[in-house]
Each structure stands twice: as structure tokens, then as C-alpha cells.
Write a protein that binds this ligand. Structure first.
Ligand code: S3P
Length: 443
């Protein structure tokens, strides 16, 4: 555990390349490993979470290597040919890696054991186990469907149509990945749209995935099973969820002007930027282009006053990982910000709803939770800060409060900066290059 302290920063200036998208990186490794032939991946996020998925795909039989120039090659093994891992797959802190891989192995006649760190072992896996059991897999888990658990894959997997009971791209993706090795059509019906990186990536590798609207307005995603996946090089876009931290820091520190290059701007991921604009922020998307079926842009940010807003529950799936940093922005804004529909934050890397409210209170900001609504009373300027924040194995809590410390009256300390490497390796150096003052703190 390396504690970090974030003191008053100068105005942020400069350009930054966002680290690779975590969601896209997991999917690129998984599908590259199932495609026949060699896939080259540029811009892969080399964060702990993604490295765990790479190791897991290696244990399932794929040949995965990093080149000297930082790109990765995968020698795919073809669909249906996964090898039974000889040891437990340890997905570390990664809910995405764990849930997607549970789906993948569920339709293969192998038994796979999964575990993770203390955070992941607390998170609910029954939401994935339920549809996978309908496909024909058996899941043996600890109480509450928690890890460690074993997935005993189906030898004759069934195609299913599954309506998501929670808005979760991980559950959707687990079902679609399981459906790859099932005959016929596997469908997922999502009442609220969630990030569609799996659908886009499946198409990139040659699978047939269609979407249609249900009579009640829900989205039905249908995959044709047993496709021939073909190797297909790709460049991973920058992660809008990681870019959110320097972006909000730039908005909060007077005089800042920052450009973040190559950020994924998939409309199902950009809820934060939409909300920041509503709060009065200067956020521009320039040089929009496509990379591996995903829209990408350079984000330009200029500091300025923000005002509190009401964020509707329907927007939550499009910015689910951004509430910690949005709550920080809300603390500096003039007036109240009310964020609805945050129930899922209770089961992220930590209970993020509790972590945000407690952390803000420690920094002198009033934040209250009522049901799944979070209300932050903005101070219309810098909060006192001067707090010590418990990170709770949650990278986004760590980064959000380090950003708060950059623009608060007094420095903010987080008890564990190591966890940041799960999604944003090099965060401290990148922020300090722009003008931050983040340094190791005394334990
Ligand atoms: C992710 C989906 C989201 C998100 C997570 C990444 C994905 O989780 O919070 O960081 O890559 O599919 P849920 O599916 O649980 O909402």
C-alpha cells in the first residue's frame, strides 16, 4: 500500500494521451484469442485488470505476447477449443474480466475455477451465474454467489433469450460470449442500453450481431452462434472513464487548458461529458474519427465555473463509473447536484455510494444518500479538503479524491495509491506533467 498526497496544483496545461479503454481491452484479448489467426492490438491498456485477463486467456490456451514496441499479438485458438486451465484463474480486482470469462467458459466442456482480490470476492456473481445455468453450465460458488467459484461448462450448450434484470454490460457480455459456442441464436434483451463494446468487437471479428427494438422499447441483441471468428488487428481507443480524472481536474483549476487525445466517445460512455456541459463546462470533442468500430475524439477542456444539476437515472448506465469524479466536480459547483439511480454503485470495486459520501464529508462537503439518490451541496468554490481517504481497493475512489485535493484548500491524502494501476498506470506522472502535485505520503 503506497499512500499518496495531492496538494494544490498550478493551472493544468498541456496534452495527454488517455490510457487504453479497459472495457475494450478485455474484449480485444478475449475475442482475439477465439479468432483463427494472429491479431495485433495497439493501444491495449496495460493495467492490472487487463493483464489478468491476458494471463487467463493464456491459461485457456491462447498465445499472447507483448512486442518490444508496446503492441500485443494474440495467436487465436479458434472457437470451441479452449483448454481447461491447470490452476485457478485469479482476476485480481476485475469484475469485467471475471464476469466475461465466466460467460466464455460456460459453453465449453471444461471446469474453470475463479477467484480475485478481497474486493472482487465480495462482489455479486449470481447475476452472471443465473443466465449461464440456463445455457447448461453449473456454477458452484460461495454464499451469495461469490468467488471463489467454479464454472462447470456445458458440453451441449443451449442458446437462450435473456432479459437483463440489472442494467449491466458485463452480464450482457457474459451471455453473448457464452452464446458464441452455442448453436442457433442467443439474445439479450436490455431495458436500458448499456455499453455496446462487445457487440462492436464481435462484429469486428466477423460475428453476426443484430439489434432490434422490442415492443416495450427495450433493445434485443441477437448473436448467431458458432460464427467463424477471423483475426483482425485493432487499435484500442483511449478510455473516457480514465480521461474523466484529468478532464475534471482541468475544469476545476482556474486557468487550465488541457487536450486529451484519442478518447473513445461511444455515446453509451459519454454521460459524464454531457452532464459536465449541462453544468456549464467547456468540453469540446474535436477531430472525431473511428477506431476498430468505435468513435474516438480529442477532448479539449477549459476551466470555468460550474453549476449544480439534476442527473436523471436513465443516464446512469452511460456514466456508471464516473460518479466518483462527477461528485467531486459537484462539490466545487455552485448549488446542489442530485444524482439519481445509483443503486449499482453499491456493488462496484467498493460500495462507491458510501465511499463518495463519506469522502466528501471528510473534505468538508455535505453529501447525502436517500435510497439510490446522491445529493451533493456544491460550495461554489474550493472545498476545505485536508482529509485522509480510505481507498477500499477502489481505483476510482483514489483518483477522484486526489483530483479533489488538487483544487481544495488543503491537501488530500489517500491511503492506497497502488490500486490506481488497475485502470490508469502512470496516473500520478501524467497528472504531475500537467501541473498536479501528487506525491507518495508517509504511511
Ligand atoms: C463494464 C461494465 C460496467 C462498468 C465496468 C466495466 C464492462 O459494469 O462499471 O467498469 O466493461 O462491461 P456493469 O456491467 O456491472 O454495469
Amino acid at each position: 500500500m503506497t499512500p499518496l498526497i495531492s496538494g494544490t496544483a498550478s493551472a493544468l496545461r498541456g496534452r495527454l494521451v488517455a490510457p487504453g479503454d479497459k472495457s475494450v481491452s478485455h474484449r480485444a484479448l478475449i475475442l482475439g484469442a477465439l479468432a483463427v489467426g494472429r491479431t495485433r492490438i495497439g493501444g491495449l491498456l496495460e493495467g492490472e485488470d487487463v493483464l489478468r485477463t491476458a494471463a487467463a486467456m493464456g491459461a485457456l490456451g491462447a498465445g499472447i505476447a507483448r512486442d518490444g514496441n508496446g503492441s500485443w499479438t494474440i495467436d487465436g485458438i479458434g472457437l470451441g477449443a479452449l483448454a481447461e486451465p491447470q490452476d485457478v484463474l485469479d482476476l485480481g480486482n476485475s469484475g469485467t474480466g471475471a464476469r466475461l470469462l465466466m460467460g466464455l467458459v460456460a459453453s465449453h466442456p471444461i471446469t474453470t475455477f475463479f477467484t480475485g482480490d478481497a474486493s472482487l470476492r465480495r462482489r455479486p456473481m449470481a447475476r452472471v451465474a443465473a443466465p449461464l445455468e440456463r445455457i447448461g453450465a453449473r456454477i458452484v460458488a460461495r454464499d451469495g454467489g461469490r468467488m471463489p467459484l467454479a464454472v462447470i461448462g456445458a458440453s451441449t450448450p443451449l442458446p437462450i433469450a435473456y432479459r437483463l434484470p440489472v442494467a449491466s454490460a458485463q452480464v450482457k457480455s457474459a451471455v453473448l460470449l457464452a452464446g458464441l459456442n452455442a448453436p442457433g441464436e442467443t439474445s439479450v434483451i436490455e431495458p436500458q442500453p448499456t455499453r455496446d463494446h462487445s457487440e462492436r468487437m464481435l462484429r469486428h471479428f466477423g460475428a453476426a450481431v443484430s439489434t432490434a427494438e422490442e415492443p416495450d422499447g427495450a433493445r434485443r441483441i441477437t448473436l448467431q452462434g458458432q460464427p467463424e471468428l477471423r483475426a483482425a488487428d485493432l487499435l484500442v481507443p483511449g478510455d473516457p472513464s480514465s480521461a474523466a480524472f484529468p478532464a475534471v481536474a482541468a475544469l476545476l483549476l482556474p486557468g487550465s487548458e488541457v487536450v486529451i487525445e484519442g478518447v473513445g466517445v461511444n455515446p453509451l460512455r459519454t454521460g459524464l461529458y454531457e452532464t459536465l456541459r449541462e453544468m456549464g463546462a467547456a468540453v469540446d470533442f474535436g477531430n472525431e474519427r473511428m477506431a476498430a468500430g468505435e468513435p474516438v475524439a480529442d477532448l479539449a477542456l477549459r476551466a470555468g465555473a460550474l453549476s449544480g444539476v439534476e442527473v436523471p437515472a436513465e443516464r446512469a448506465p452511460r456514466m456508471i463509473d464516473e460518479y466518483p469524479i462527477l461528485a467531486v466536480a459537484a462539490a466545487f459547483a455552485k448549488g446542489r447536484t442530485v444524482m439519481h439511480g445509483l443503486g449499482e454503485l453499491r456493488v462496484k470495486e467498493s460500495d462507491r455510494l458510501g465511499a463518495i459520501a463519506q469522502g466528501l464529508a471528510a473534505c468538508g462537503v455535505s453529501a447525502t444518500i436517500a435510497g439510490d439518490t446522491l445529493t451533493v451541496e456544491g460550495l461554489g468554490g474550493p472545498p476545505p479538503g485536508g482529509a485522509d481517504i480510505a481507498t477500499r481497493l477502489d481505483h476510482r475512489i483514489a483518483m477522484a479524491f486526489l483530483v479533489l485535493g488538487m483544487a481544495a484548500e488543503r491537501p488530500v491524502r489517500v491511503d492506497d495509491g497502488d490500486t490506481i494501476a488497475t485502470s490508469f498506470p502512470g496516473f500520478v506522472a501524467a497528472m504531475n506533467r500537467l501541473g498536479a502535485a501528487i506525491a507518495p505520503a508517509r504511511p
